[in-house]
Design a protein around this ligand. Structure first.
Ligand SMILES: Cc1ncc(COP(=O)(O)O)c(C=O)c1O
Length: 407
């Protein structure tokens, strides 16, 4: 292939990348356990539930339309209708500044590959959805982790960020609300991060997979980072707030030139979104308020159940409740590695809680509060049973000092 400066003609890189620990672990159990309380999404909607959001006369018309839809290739960058709907959720953003992707995971992948080169410095929130760090490392970047610490209640510390984002930094990658801690950046903090990036001539990639997942009684979500200016890029998805991960529809919201470059790379990966999925995503977006209300009903039932459970079992577990989104880290006092404990929970108690070690947090499990209230409550009961049985069988409790030292 001839050498070229045109980003659209650049060759796709062949990457050597480390295994995605959490995904590898989840796929082992997620289809088999009865009580999955590790999931990072809301209990998924069915196509029928989606259609039932429509008034009966409209429903019949839309159902016919879906049944008659020719399953050809769809518009490669996402249908104009879907891009228009997504664009309208950002300030001053046109449909050309949106690329519909195969989930937020593809959106992140394209952006990291297009905007970073080997040797570039990138500051990435840590712990993180592993993709952000692993892809940057595979590209050969100098990855500086911006750590969230349990002793600080998993708050983002902007002074730490200022010392990490040294001159020459090419990108700051954040995720708010945050997987796996439930931490959240305020509008003021986002403005500070954007100003810092602008002063360095760096990009800010804000993974907003958990957008629209405000929690009752917590601070409202900040407006998307994209609203702040041309160095701000957001990724989003139908997977989490809409409970539609099976659509595999996400997006990039970025300046048109960045969207073009990502699209050029995507030609080699997934080409275009599924046609039916794009249609269903439009339908879901048109009923976003109802779907988000469903999501919030589920979370509003599960959160107090979780709080009660943590209070009842405070000799062995504790947590910092999520400020936004649906995820948190559960600290446990049993002296057992998190992978071993998570495997036992799954194999012997049919419960899924994700091992904290997959995020670099030994002595923790990740919990998700998005499954049905029945599954969630039973999952917690099973977890307590497992912990109590392990204690009765002689597994010691570790000292609190040891747990924080190992983080
Ligand atoms: C922070 C974050 N970003 C991106 C993704 C990928 O989501 P999807 O590809 O389903 O949109 C996830 C999934 O768990 C996530 O937690």
């Amino acid at each position: 292939m001839p050498e070229t400066d045109d980003p659209l003609e650049r060759k796709v890189m062949v990457m050597r990348i480390e295994p995605f620990q959490l995904e590898r672990w989840m796929t082992k159990y997620e289809m088999n356990v009865k009580w999955d309380i590790a999931e990072s999404g809301i209990f998924p909607m069915s196509t029928r539930e989606l259609l039932d959001l429509l008034p009966p006369d409209e429903r019949a018309g839309i159902l016919d339309r879906l049944l008659d839809l020719r399953l050809g290739y769809s518009e490669a960058c996402g249908s104009a209708e879907l891009r228009g709907l997504i664009a309208a959720t950002y300030d001053r953003t046109l449909p050309d500044e949106i690329l519909v992707t195969t989930g937020a995971i593809e959106a992140n992948f394209l952006l990291l590959n297009e905007l970073l080169e080997a040797g570039d410095r990138i500051v990435i929130v840590d712990p993180a959805y592993q993709q952000l760090q692993s892809v940057a490392r595979a590209i050969g970047c100098d990855v500086a982790p911006w750590k969230l610490r349990p002793e600080n209640g998993f708050r983002f510390d902007l002074d730490d960020l200022r010392s990490l984002a040294t001159p020459g930094t090419r990108m700051i990658a954040i995720n708010t609300p945050h997987n796996p801690t439930g931490a959240m950046l305020s509008e003021h903090e986002l403005r500070e991060i954007y100003a810092l990036a602008e002063s360095l001539d760096a990009w800010v990639l804000s993974d907003e997979a958990y957008r629209w997942l405000d929690l009752a009684g917590s601070d409202p979500l900040a407006p998307p980072l994209r609203n702040l200016g041309p160095r701000a890029i957001c990724t989003g998805t139908f997977s989490k707030p809409f409970g539609l991960p099976g659509l595999r529809i996400g997006w990039v919201a970025a300046p048109a030139e960045v969207v073009q470059r990502c699209w050029g790379l995507r030609d080699y990966i997934s080409l275009s979104p599924g046609k039916l999925n794009d249609e269903l995503a439009v339908l879901a977006f048109r009923h976003r308020d109802q779907i988000v209300a469903r999501t919030q009903r589920i979370v509003a039932q599960n959160l107090p159940v979780a709080e009660r459970w943590f209070a009842e079992n405070d000799d062995i577990v504790s947590w910092t409740p999520p400020r936004g989104g649906i995820l948190a880290l559960m600290k446990y006092e049993l002296d057992m590695p998190s992978h071993e404990l998570a495997n036992r929970l799954a194999e012997e108690y049919s419960v899924m809680l994700a091992p904290g070690a997959a995020f670099g947090f030994e002595g923790y499990l990740r919990i998700g509060i998005g499954n049905t209230p029945e599954i969630f409550a039973q999952g917690l009961r099973q977890t307590a049973k497992c912990f109590r049985n392990l204690m009765a069988s002689g597994v010691p409790l570790r000292s609190r000092e040891l747990v924080s030292a190992s983080v």
